[in-house]
Design a protein around this ligand. Structure first.
Ligand code: ZN
Length: 141
């Protein structure tokens, strides 16, 4: 079976990484799923989702600084909206992540957090969180 929930996020800057781990974990707990998969997806072309370091904020800073260095805001772009860098960054980072659910919890590592990556804010973003319940057939561990 599948279930879908949504998280509404409001970014405050043009480019930032917003920690949505607590929201995703709370929704996952509400589903009551013991074993399964949590899929986090953004239906946007200038935002992305990723999993990375949650403890030291300098990692986020370094990721964003590196993306800005690789894909500057202005350059040899033709897209009329003038936000080509945001589109390219979103494609590099990706529009979804999947997290296993084990023993009723997201199987994130101690240092991992789930981030909505904003590349053309500030904006309202809607994150889709889909759940697949596993363990049918009684072969769970
Ligand atoms: Zn555009």
């Amino acid at each position: 079976m599948t279930m879908t929930r949504h998280i509404n996020v409001k970014s405050a800057r043009r480019i930032e990484m917003l920690d949505i781990t607590a929201e995703v974990a709370a929704i996952a707990a509400e589903t009551g799923i013991d074993e399964g998969l949590c899929h986090v997806y953004v239906p946007h072309t200038t935002a992305a989702v990723t999993i990375n370091e949650g403890a030291d904020p300098s990692v986020r800073r370094d990721i964003l600084a590196t993306l800005n260095r690789l894909v500057p805001e202005t350059g040899d772009y033709t897209h009329a909206e003038r936000n080509s860098d945001a589109h390219i960054k979103a494609t590099l980072v990706g529009s979804s992540v999947s997290i296993p659910i084990e023993a009723g919890k997201l199987a994130l590592g101690s240092w991992q957090s789930v981030y909505l990556c904003e590349f053309d804010g500030p904006r309202h973003r809607r994150v889709h969180v889909n759940f697949i319940r596993g363990g049918e057939g009684g072969h769970g561990h």
